[in-house]
Ligand binder design. Sequence first.
Ligand code: ADP
Ligand code: F6P
Length: 467
Amino acid sequence: MSETVQDKVDFLVIANRLPVDRKVDDDGSVSWKSSPGGLVTALEPVMQRKGGAWIGWHGAPDEVVKPFHHDGYDIHPVPLSAQEVEEYYEGFSNATLWPLYHDCIVEPVFHREWWDAFQKVNKRFAEQAAEQAAEGATVWVQDYQLNLVPKYLREMRPDLRIGFFLHIPFPPIELYSRLPWREELVEGLLGADLIGFQTPGAAANFQRLARHRPGVTAARGRAHTPDGRTVVIRDFPISIDSRGFHELATSEKVKAEAAKLREDLGHPGTIIFGVDRLDYTKGLRQRIRAVGELFKEGKLDPHEVVFLQLATPSRERVEEYKILRDDINLLVGQINSKVGSIANRALVYRNESVPREVLAAMYQMADLMLVTPVRDGMNLVAKEYIACRSNDDSALVLSEFAGAARELKQAYMVNPYDIDGMKATIMKALTDSPKIKARKMRSMRRQVFDKTIDVWADNFLTELEGQ
Ligand code: ADP
Ligand code: F6P
């Protein structure tokens, strides 16, 4: 990290999160940790390749942090007060928009003071970008937390090319219409030149909404605004640095780590693996219940099979996340108290985040991967497993409600709400012939290695800059 940053840049990313989070320990010492979530996993390699600047929050309230240079690009931390964290981030972003955009799996909460904070913080991000962007620069705004930034930024700097990418689903109009500020949010996005979504369905949902704005016409992926602009609306399914993950997972160090982890788990014949942020969209309740029942019914033998589930703590002060954490702890305790033994735990559950090398080792040793969200924009975990696991005798069980299901068609598909169906599919994935599994893995590998994060970024930016 160095303190020398450029005055103005031609390429800027704005996201709520920076790639690194600032942590202040009890003794006052400061450290930087990798930030959680798919957005950072996806964008870090793009920024390392392209350079420029990343504007975002550094994860700690009430702290002003100076800009710095990191990994080949500049970082401009945006400060948030403790009250803004509560109202803009935990409130409007994660208790209003997050559940609303994920099909109202839990009830979205609407508070007028959260909306005020959301507007204020979005304005601050836009001001920071307007300050850093060179004449005619390309600015790429990321995700729902910054929904209003395209409009604010265009008002401040009409010379810029502005792209917006939504990492999460976009709901149908029937659900979206509940939002008291629906007009303002649609107008916020229409400030961009290009709006990208994970799936064609999400893009179509937005286009339908845009059409309802007075003076806007929208059809076939283009919206025409009353101020004479054309906004392109399209899907750009996001991906990962597939080769980077593969190289890491097949390195001698990580292979040795995988062997050690297998040993630590008691050398089971089969390892089933799940890794997610601890979020109610990830279908953890359903997944753990399904595997627990298979153990209880004797279909899985705890002397032979271990289910390892990691869950990164996430948004811990938001009510629904607290409820989820308690529910999962209870569920895991109930299962482990009935199946397995002191020496053989059927379910190994860790509420923690692990370093990238350890995660790669876990993917490498997992015979069966469970990715069962009840709704997910894409889900990068599914792609990471395919990139990392080099043994053909492997299987991916994937929810049909993850964006990734449109691309990884050879996965063992499940409806996570159907516990019996999920149990049957898990057993099929475990018992299918090695030939069938190998064919599926090879086909998914082709997909993941062809459609990498570089392809995603280049497609988006070519479309944006070509306009
Ligand atoms: P989301 O963006 O909703 O969190 P994704 O599946 O798209 O979901 O991305 C999650 C990212 O976070 C992946 O890159 C995954 O490797 C990483 N991740 C999730 N849980 C953990 C964990 N416990 N330890 C380390 N990395 C994790
Ligand atoms: O991918 C969805 C997303 O909400 C990203 O915007 C975010 O960086 C990630 O998940 C993790 O969430 P949070 O930033 O709230 O910890």
